[in-house]
Design a protein around this ligand. Structure first.
Ligand SMILES: Cc1cc2nc3c(=O)[nH]c(=O)nc-3n(C[C@H](O)[C@H](O)[C@H](O)COP(=O)(O)OP(=O)(O)OC[C@H]3O[C@@H](n4cnc5c(N)ncnc54)[C@H](O)[C@@H]3O)c2cc1C
Length: 451
């Protein structure tokens, strides 16, 4: 084990806010949300404020360690050996100025809390499908929102970033002060320092409507084709996601669903029920509707649309941009239902386009996405299953051939250790050169490198 005298000395001062291997609570504290990723950091810190962050930075430097910032660990991607894992829960401030359409959000805040703070304002933030994902890493890595077709990716909504850099300076950075740094932070922002808060733009929503329509697997083909057509015809104020899920035949699954296939179409509109009903009419007609939760919602209810799991779990996933037409959708379904696809529990395709395809509102490495879909596939991690799951992902990719791109959103890279799956090589070289200037010792370790 590496000797860490400076950290040990700091631990005497910080108590259980700095846990080293062997300390009670260390194992719980090092565990990320994605339980399939094993992390063994030199310590886990839960600093109370910026002074404690600076003290951690000094101790890490003295002991030859890095700092890896990770509020939750949905995006955990490596072992973290040689790094102090920093949890940011204490940075829990949320401040909303509805008149100016701006919010400041601390690094420990989850999207669910931001959405609650926006209740009754008539404004939306560019949140994704889950309430437990943290706002700061989401916008630092791109961030695909229900509202991205209307207003762009989460990263482009960032007006300013509050950052502690390796030189110990803690300050707000904006495009006026450092446009090159802001551009990199907007999509590849995990490795430049500790972001303690972000200032994000808020957007008006005329009338928010959303929910999901659930069908039995017997209707899979017609429903998914109708959803694909709905994505094509929907105005930019509407987002449609479609998925097919094979519920595992295991005791933990709800008895009524065990071993069944479920097809779900989720949709959100900022432009009222009439518009959304028009878009979804062919979907509703494509099969036997088993559940339909589409209804007017407050912004604080946004996460109920997808109703995603909120507890940590172990999973494998794969995601890439794609251009799906009816033939590609048939190929996708055939691959998923074929022998190799059997280990893949779920696939989902989200309709892109609109503001996602246009140049971002503010300069951002996350750029624009010309493809019309993002396709993702997932499986629960159980011992020994990974080779079969990876073969299933490969079978899907192969079936779609050139319709699948080699990029995805930075936030969809999951356990992939490099941003190479999200950005072009010249963009990454530019970000890496900037990182070397700001953090020449390489004191900060993001969850992805720029190689
Ligand atoms: C159920 C679920 C639903 C999701 N839905 C969406 C979606 O709709 N759209 C979408 O785009 N993504 C989505 N994601 C992906 C999610 O945005 C990423 O996993 C993202 O990494 C946030 O996860 P987290 O809050 O656990 O951050 P972590 O995994 O804890 O952090 C990710 C990385 O961000 C960097 N980082 C985090 N905080 C800081 C900081 N304060 N300073 C500097 N760097 C920092 C670090 O490099 C860190 O390793 C979803 C994920 C899950 C599990």
């Amino acid at each position: 084990m590496t000797s860490t005298p400076a950290l040990r000395a700091l631990a005497d001062r910080l108590g259980d806010r700095l846990l080293l291997p062997g300390d009670a609570g260390y194992d719980d504290a090092r565990t990320p949300w994605n339980l399939a990723v094993e992390q063994h950091p030199a310590a886990v810190a839960r600093p109370a404020d910026v002074d404690e962050l600076r003290a951690l930075l000094d101790a890490a430097r003295a002991d030859g360690l890095q700092l890896a910032i990770q509020p939750g660990g949905h995006g955990a991607s490596g072992s973290l050996e040689g790094a102090v894992l920093v949890r940011t829960a204490a940075f829990d401030g949320i401040w909303v100025d509805a008149a100016e359409r701006v919010a400041r959000v601390g690094a420990g805040v989850r999207w669910g809390e931001v959405l609650e703070a926006l209740e009754g304002t008539g404004l939306v933030a560019l949140a994704g499908s889950s309430r437990v994902v943290h706002t700061v890493p989401f916008v630092l890595a791109g961030g695909h929102s229900w509202f991205s077709r209307a207003f762009g990716l989460g990263s482009a909504s960032v007006r300013a970033v509050e950052l502690l850099t390796a030189d110990g300076r803690h300050r707000w950075v904006s495009d006026d002060d450092d446009p090159e740094l802001m551009r990199a932070l907007r999509g590849a922002g995990g490795a430049f320092g500790v972001v303690t808060a972000v200032e994000i733009e808020l957007f008006p929503a005329r009338e928010l409507v959303g929910g999901r329509i659930v069908f039995d697997g017997a209707d899979l083909g017609p429903v998914l084709h109708a959803a694909l057509a709905a994505q094509e015809s929907a105005p930019d104020t509407v987002a449609v996601h479609a998925s097919a899920l094979r519920v595992p035949d295991v005791e933990a699954a709800p008895p009524a669903l065990r071993g069944r296939t479920i097809v779900t179409v989720q949709a959100v509109s900022i432009d009222g029920a009439e518009v959304l009903d028009d878009v979804l009419a062919p979907v509703r007609a494509a099969g036997g509707v088993q559940l339909d939760t589409i209804a007017p919602i407050g912004i604080e209810q946004l996460a109920a649309v997808a109703d995603e799991p909120t507890d940590p779990s172990a999973g494998y996933s794969w995601a890439r941009f794609a251009d799906l037409g009816p033939a590609e959708l048939d190929a996708l379904i055939a691959a998923w239902q074929g022998p190799a696809g059997g280990a893949v529990m779920l696939f989902e395709f989200r309709g892109l386009g609109g503001a996602i395809a246009a140049p971002p509102a503010r300069p951002a490495i996350s750029g624009s996405v010309p493809q019309r879909h993002v396709l993702s596939a997932r499986a629960i991690a159980v011992p020994g299953i990974e080779p079969a799951v990876q073969a299933g992902f490969a079978a899907i990719r192969e079936a779609l051939g050139e319709a699948v791109a080699d990029r995805t959103f930075g936030t969809f890279l999951e356990a992939e250790p490099s941003y190479a799956g999200a950005y072009e090589a010249d963009e990454l070289a530019r970000a890496e050169s900037l990182r070397r200037t700001i953090d020449p010792e390489g004191r900060f370790r993001g969850n992805r490198d720029f190689g």
